[in-house]
Ligand binder design. Structure first.
Ligand SMILES: Nc1ncnc2c1ncn2[C@@H]1O[C@H](COP(=O)(O)OP(=O)(O)OP(=O)(O)O)[C@@H](O)[C@H]1O
Length: 258
């Protein structure tokens, strides 16, 4: 972890409690966490451990019970366009075409039309939707819809992309393709990414750091730095499924969670 750099995101002593059946439940307990520019951080953990809560706090959808969350020293108090969010189910406007969906944010910001067209063209290319620009959401597969969602989030050039189980509704092959796409976007655009996933392999294959909510320590986080994503990007012959180190780390994470 870079010690000499300023964090992009900094959580200090963040506690999140919710009321359930008239009693307080602590979901996150005095959590300290820093994330740096260019990192790809994944979060894994058992169902209900607080993964989405953590993402919602960083997005600004939720305020912590106590503690602070800052982005470049500024307290996060509401969602804004410096943090783009991609959800599990694509949230596209059904009456707008692919290119109109992507252009929606920049149009609202009243950016010059030439600039919007350029951004949309570049993103359509980057997410692999050339030829589908004029299609409407009902004409797209699940994977294509999620490609539009990612483009829609990235068109605003967010400093941080937050993804809540973005591929969990997709079939295995589409998912693998989307993982490759996301790795390329991360590398080409030097994008910082914070992703929640249920899939330990996905976390290991994509991230530079994995945060785990261990099963026996509710509210706490454990961290592991990894470099498999760089290996996969640089060496097309590298096969994690036959790499002993990869498999050992997978077991390590599984033991933490299950
Ligand atoms: N707004 C809320 N009010 C009350 N309880 C909440 C609220 N949001 C989340 N919770 C509770 O907090 C806990 C953590 O929820 P969260 O959605 O963060 O878990 P998760 O790890 O993302 O789960 P999953 O993997 O199943 O999606 C759950 O018990 C949930 O019911």
């Amino acid at each position: 972890m870079p010690l000499n750099k300023e964090p992009l995101i900094k959580l200090t002593q963040v506690t999140q409690q919710f009321t359930s059946n008239e009693s307080e439940v602590t979901i996150l307990n005095q959590l300290d966490l820093s994330m740096y520019d260019g990192e790809f951080v994944s979060v894994v953990g058992p169902s209900g451990c607080g993964k989405s809560t953590l993402l919602n706090l960083i997005a600004g959808f939720l305020m912590p019970t106590s503690g602070s969350i800052k982005m470049r020293h500024q307290l996060i108090t509401s969602p804004d366009k410096t943090r783009g969010v991609v959800f599990q189910s694509p949230t596209l406007y059904p009456w707008l075409s692919v290119e109109q969906n992507i252009a929606y944010g920049p149009k609202r910001q009243k950016l010059p039309i030439n600039e919007i067209n350029e951004k949309v063209k570049l993103l359509v290319e980057q997410v692999g939707l050339i030829g589908s620009e004029k299609k409407y959401p009902f004409e797209l597969s699940g994977g294509m819809k999620q490609r539009v969602s990612i483009a829609r989030a990235m068109v605003n050039e967010p400093e941080l992309l937050l993804m809540d189980e973005p591929f969990s509704a997709l079939d295995a092959i589409t998912r693998r393709n989307m993982q490759g796409l996301l790795r390329s976007l991360w590398k080409e655009n030097h994008q910082s990414i914070f992703m929640i996933t249920h899939d330990i392999e996905e976390a290991l294959k994509l991230s530079t750091r994995v945060l785990v909510f261990p099963k026996n320590k509710p509210g706490e986080l454990k961290e592991y730095p990894f470099n498999f994503t760089e290996k996969i990007a640089q060496d097309s012959t590298y096969e994690p499924d036959t790499d002993e180190v990869f498999q050992q780390n997978k077991l390590l994470l599984l033991n933490d969670i299950m």
